[in-house]
Design a binder for this molecule. Structure first.
Ligand code: THU
Length: 135
């Protein structure tokens, strides 16, 4: 994955974020998941009046990809922040999403935490979730 495709992935997460449904938190998150075959699936957070029912952007992207038959993933770009405000810091995946990603993504799967197209940092899944739960 070169820096161009990282920026492309970040851009897709930024664009997807416009579709976030977050009337309760006002915090919009977009994610773009790169499959091993080069296809990209996006996801957004989808909230619910019953708050715990809401879905994070990362799990939404993985679910869309799996529904299309994908099983092997290379990277995910994530961007989040308050609606109507400039994004100033990276949005790191919540614990539940880290565990969810770990089901189908390897230790060296890249998690790109983006502030903008050219401002992001990349961590591996194992850096974000050491000692993950597995059966
Ligand atoms: N959220 C995500 O979409 N991804 C994360 O990793 C953290 C949190 C969403 C959930 C909720 O809709 C909003 O951000 C505020 O917590």
């Amino acid at each position: 994955m070169n820096s161009h495709s990282t920026e492309t992935l970040v851009e897709k997460a930024i664009n997807a974020r416009n579709n976030a449904y977050c009337p309760y938190s006002g915090f919009a998150v977009g994610a773009a998941l790169l499959c091993e075959d080069g296809e990209v699936f996006t996801g957004v957070n989808v909230e619910n009046a019953s708050f715990p029912v809401g879905l994070c952007a990362e799990r939404s992207a993985v679910s869309a990809a799996v529904a299309s038959g994908k099983r092997r993933f290379t990277a995910i770009a994530i961007v989040g922040g308050k609606v109507g405000e400039n994004i100033t810091k990276p949005c790191s995946p919540c614990g539940m999403c880290r565990q969810f990603l770990s089901e189908l993504c390897s230790d060296d799967f890249k998690v790109i935490l983006a502030v903008s197209r050219d401002n992001y940092k990349t961590l591996t899944l194992s850096e974000l979730l050491p000692c993950l739960f597995d059966l």
